[in-house]
Structure formats: structure tokens, C-alpha cells
Design a protein around this ligand. Structure first.
Ligand code: 6PG
Length: 476
């Protein structure tokens, strides 16, 4: 099949606009449409200087479809959820067999599975495409996580590879598996994104309230970390954010931003599915809960007035405090990846077929996306050496990392706890680590309690079978 030089984009928000010009830069003729007339006008005005024959704005869905040669390739960049279904209802009757629709929004993988089946029944192609990197990534090179059949992906791969971010010359664009697998990988990316953002937030809090550092001093710490083992996009932007002066008042802008975090839902989806599949992702989960706690603004204000706090403790050695915190972040970020990648690889119940290769996910996240980080190299190496690794925590190649970073995590948690500084994600990461390496936890007691009050039975370590004990017999 000759390469189709046209790309259709529906949805002209910041992401859709960035992708449109990215395609155009790579030699594709972008035909664009947005169901909202105001969005089309805003797009035309905002990009007036860049608009040329490479980009054709159309004024109706019918004109959009007519301007695209068959087989058509259409990228949807509309709000996830109901707006996608509403648009497909109008779009499908205008398409011809063999046309392909990619949903580039943050869709729930189950929605993408359903839409893929529906499109197949109509002889149309549909797949979910996870896109990470925000507005700048869309324009200059996002990370792309595709689902669908290999044939559908192959039909659009040259265009996607062309616009994707490159790492060492390789496009960060991968096909992960059928139906919603690409969106599943993108969703887990976001779960990890939530965890790393929360871990960074907790380090910021420790440096500010424990170490007594100003925003500018904390920026210097993050800048140094970003130059070393913690080299990662989120650490880089944190430095820039902390250095930003307020335009409207004195001081650092960060000190004026309301302390309540919002969300669009992908973190929750990750945690909900992990709970459903029985895969522990406690650090991702704490990151979601931490956003929820933050939104109880008036309750937090009331609690501050009544709940006693520990007496302040001076930091004896600030450099040590900072170095330990660097170790804490190295360990906990790696643990967050371990949890997310476990969810990616874990077998799913019937019906959900999204099992992806962890090293492919790590490669696809090396450039363009929000969780890109230098230490993904180590994660890739761990899976390359041991392709059947059940969990990143078991990678022999990471032993040196744990030895180097765990003391810092333990020390930082101790300091946080004695000072009353909340660090839910850091604490959950350490508990995951310690729980994972311990073969005799609390579960024997839980099984005994279940058997005691509900006759739920238990298994023994020294013989096969299930057992029940009359625990509360008067003479026991
Ligand atoms: C990305 C991001 C992006 C996400 C935002 C906001 O990879 O580019 O994950 O897709 O929408 O980060 O997410 P929340 O509003 O849920 O924080």
C-alpha cells in the first residue's frame, strides 16, 4: 500500500493543534476539524502565522471526511469519555471500509476495547493511541503508545514514527497489543506520573518544613539532583517551577498557589484496575489519595487548630539531610516503576487482554513523555537480561541501587515521622520494599482471624490441604 500523505485531526485544543503542525512538519498534509466553531476560530487566529498549504481547516465533519483520500487516517483529539462516542456516531456513517480512526485522548482501556469491537463490526479500523508529553511534546515529539491489531498499527506507523520523540535516534512509538492495550500502558504511565509527582512533592515539603529551605534553595537542590542519578523530566520542571517569581505579588509563585491538587482521572483508573486485578500499587494509590486529602481545604484548616503537632526539631546537618533525601527519591521512584510495570505485565481476568512488554514500555518512555528519566536505562537492562522477570524488585542488577539508596529512604522517613511531616508515598514505597523481601509477614494471623470468625479455612506450611480450627472452643 502506498503511504497516504494525509493525516486528519479532529479536535483543535493544545494537543490536537501541536500534533497537526508536527505532522505538517514531517511532510503530512493535515486536514483538521473541531466540532466547536469557536475552537476552529481560535486555532485559525492563534496559528495565523504558521498556517499554510500544509494545513487545511474544514468547516464541517462531512467536508473534513471529503478532504481526506481513502483509506482515511483520522486522529481524534477530543475530550475523553462521552464526547468520543458522540463524535463516532456522526463520523462512522461518513467513512468507508478500510478507514482508520485512532483515539489519541486518555481513554479508559475498556472503552477502547468496546470501540475497537464496534469499529470492526463496521469494517472500519479503530485503535487507542496513548500520547504523552503535553502541548510541547505534541508539537515537537510525543511518546506514543498504540493498541489495536498489528496491521492497523502498521498502516499508520510511518506517520506516527515520524512525529514521535526520538531516543538515540529511535522513535518512542510502540505497538503494545490488541484493543485498548496502548491506552492501558498510557494509563499506567499516568499512575507512575502521579507517584513521581507526589514523591517530588513530599521531598519539597521535607526540604521546606524540615530543612527550612526557601523555594530558591530547594530549586538548587532539585537542579543538582537532576544533574545526577535523578535526571528526569519531572525533576527538571520542578527546578524551573520553584525558581519562578510571582508576577502579581512579591516572592516565589509556588508560595501563592492554592494547596489543593486536581485530577482528570487516569490515576484513579490505574489504582481501581490494580485493585480489581489484585496487583499491589500502594505508592500509586497513595499519590491519588494524597490529591484527595489535599482537597479537604476547610477541614485541614480546622484540624490545624486542634490537632497537636510534634515539637520542632532542628536539622543538624543539612547536607546529610539532602543526600539522604536523594537516596529516598532514587529508591521510591524505582519502586513506583516496579509497581506500575507489574500492573502492565500481570495476567488479567477474562475479557481484559492488556498484557504489555515492560521493557518496551520503558523504551517508549525514554523520550517525549512526562515520566522520561535517565534511569529507565537500568530498568530496560534489567528486563533485557532477565526477560521473564516477574517484578522489577527481583532484578539482580538493581541490588547496588538498593544498597546505595535504601539507607537514605529509611533515614528520611525517620526524620519526616519525628517532625510530623506527611510522606505517604515515600512511606508506602519503603513498606512495599520491606514487605516484598519478607517471607513471614502478618498474613498467617489474618488467615487465622478469618478462620476464627468465619470458618474461612487456612493452609499450612508443613502439609497440603485446607484446615479449620475451632479457635474459640471453651477448653482451647
Ligand atoms: C501526559 C499527561 C497527560 C495528563 C496530565 C494531567 O502524559 O502528557 O499524563 O496525559 O492528562 O498529566 O493529568 P491529571 O489532570 O490527571 O493530573
Amino acid at each position: 500500500m502506498t503511504e497516504n500523505a494525509h493525516m486528519g485531526v479532529i479536535g483543535l485544543g493544545p494537543m490536537g493543534a501541536g500534533l497537526t503542525f508536527n505532522f505538517a512538519d514531517k511532510g503530512y498534509l493535515s486536514v483538521v476539524f473541531d466540532p466547536w466553531p469557536e475552537a476552529r476560530t481560535r486555532f485559525a487566529e492563534k496559528f495565523a502565522d504558521e498556517l499554510d498549504e500544509r494545513v487545511q481547516i474544514t468547516e464541517s465533519l462531512a467536508a473534513f471526511v471529503a478532504a481526506l483520500p481513502a483509506p482515511r487516517r483520522i486522529l481524534l483529539m477530543v475530550k475523553a469519555g462521552e464526547p468520543v462516542d458522540a463524535l463516532l456516531v456522526e463520523l462512522y456513517p461518513l467513512l468507508s471500509p478500510g478507514d482508520l480512526v485512532c483515539d489519541g485522548g486518555n481513554a479508559h482501556p475498556r472503552d477502547t476495547d468496546r470501540r475497537s469491537r464496534d469499529a470492526e463490526n463496521r469494517n472500519l479500523g479503530f485503535f487507542g493511541l496513548g500520547i504523552s508529553g503535553g502541548e510541547l511534546g505534541a508539537r515537537h515529539g510525543p511518546s506514543l503508545m498504540a493498541g489495536g491489531t498489528p496491521e492497523l498499527f502498521a498502516s499508520v506507523a510511518p506517520a506516527l514514527n515520524a512525529i514521535a520523540a526520538k531516543h538515540d535516534g529511535f522513535p518512542c512509538c510502540s505497538h503494545f497489543g490488541p484493543g485498548g492495550t496502548g491506552h492501558f500502558v498510557k494509563m499506567v504511565h499516568n499512575g507512575i506520573e502521579y507517584a513521581i509527582m507526589q514523591l517530588i512533592g513530599e521531598a519539597f515539603l521535607l526540604l521546606r518544613d524540615g530543612g527550612g529551605l526557601s523555594a530558591t534553595q530547594i530549586a538548587d537542590v532539585f537542579s543538582a539532583w537532576n544533574g545526577g542519578r535523578l535526571n528526569a523530566y519531572l525533576f527538571g520542571i520542578t527546578t524551573d517551577i520553584l525558581r519562578r517569581e510571582d508576577d502579581l505579588a512579591e516572592g516565589a509563585l509556588i508560595d501563592k498557589i492554592l494547596d489543593q491538587a486536581r485530577e482528570k482521572g487516569t490515576g484513579q483508573w490505574t489504582v481501581r484496575l490494580a485493585l480489581e486485578f489484585g496487583v499491589p500499587v500502594p505508592t500509586l494509590s497513595e499519590a491519588v489519595s494524597a490529591r484527595h486529602i489535599s482537597r479537604y481545604g476547610s477541614e485541614r484548616t480546622q484540624a490545624k487548630a486542634v490537632l497537636p503537632a510534634p515539637a520542632p526539631i532542628e536539622v543538624a546537618d543539612v547536607n546529610r539531610f539532602i543526600d539522604d533525601l536523594e537516596g529516598a527519591l532514587c529508591a521510591s521512584v524505582l519502586i513506583s516503576y516496579a509497581q506500575g510495570l507489574h500492573l502492565i505485565t500481570a495476567a488479567k481476568p477474562d475479557g481484559d487482554g492488556w498484557v504489555a512488554r515492560p521493557e518496551l514500555a520503558a523504551r517508549t518512555w525514554q523520550a517525549g513523555c512526562v515520566i522520561r528519566a535517565a534511569f529507565l536505562e537500568k530498568i530496560i537492562a534489567a528486563y533485557d537480561t532477565h526477560p521473564d522477570l516477574a517484578n522489577l524488585m527481583l532484578a539482580p542488577g538493581l541490588t547496588d541501587d538498593w544498597v546505595a539508596s535504601l539507607p537514605g529512604l529509611r533515614a528520611s522517613l525517620g526524620r519526616a515521622i519525628e517532625r510530623g511531616i506527611p510522606v505517604p508515598a515515600l512511606a508506602s514505597a519503603l513498606s512495599y520494599y520491606d514487605g516484598f523481601r519478607n517471607t513471614r509477614l502478618w498474613s498467617s494471623l489474618i488467615q487465622a482471624q478469618r478462620d476464627c470468625f468465619g470458618a474461612h479455612t487456612y493452609e499450612r506450611t508443613d502439609r497440603d490441604g485446607t484446615f479449620h480450627t475451632e479457635w474459640l472452643k471453651p477448653d482451647a
